[in-house]
Design a protein around this ligand. Sequence first.
Ligand code: GAR
Length: 207
Amino acid sequence: MPIKLGVLVSGRGTNLQSIIDKSVSSLIAAEVAIVISDKPNAYALTRAREAGVPAMYIDPRTDKPILTGEAEDDYIRFLKDCHVNLVCLAGFMRILKGKFIREFKWKIMNIHPALLPSFRGLSAQKQALDRGVRFSGATVHFVTENVDKGPIILQAVVPVYQDDTEESLSKRILLEEHRIYAEAIDLFAKGQLEVRDNRVIIGGGNG
Ligand code: GAR
């Protein structure tokens, strides 16, 4: 039986699309049960609906970048009602705090467009270009209260070229994001991920 995913999005949803496509083709042992956006016009919602996946906008009811209060309760309730086994942040631009993290302990993953712990936060690809690194990449990690600091599950490296723009580097990284996010979800679904001392042991579960 595939596990059930709840995918949280804010934008165009290419990571969501990749997860849906791989799920439909049975390339991962997971299916998307619900997509929730904090932005009413996120293209990710259209992608979900076109794929026949339930999708909804839940108003975060704050100008702050943090999910709190009644909105946080609503997100938790809808995910629980859908019996979600894993919450995947796919370009979800809001910070999750205490209550949400406790409800889904070690059951929330995020994809970040850099090799963490370098270039946390926003515009990670631009940060990498500005710093002049020769390599960057993508990281899938479990989400904790410390933004972009949770235990690392998988990473992929891409070269940074001297004539790269933010757009060209982002494109190269995105291909790797799609690949490693699916792989991390599949490992989770097969019980292959265990967190020990803030590190992820692969193959440590009962799968
Ligand atoms: C992706 O590059 C993802 O890594 C990034 O937002 C983009 C979403 O694209 N996430 C973050 O920067 C989180 N800090 P998508 O909507 O096409 O999947």
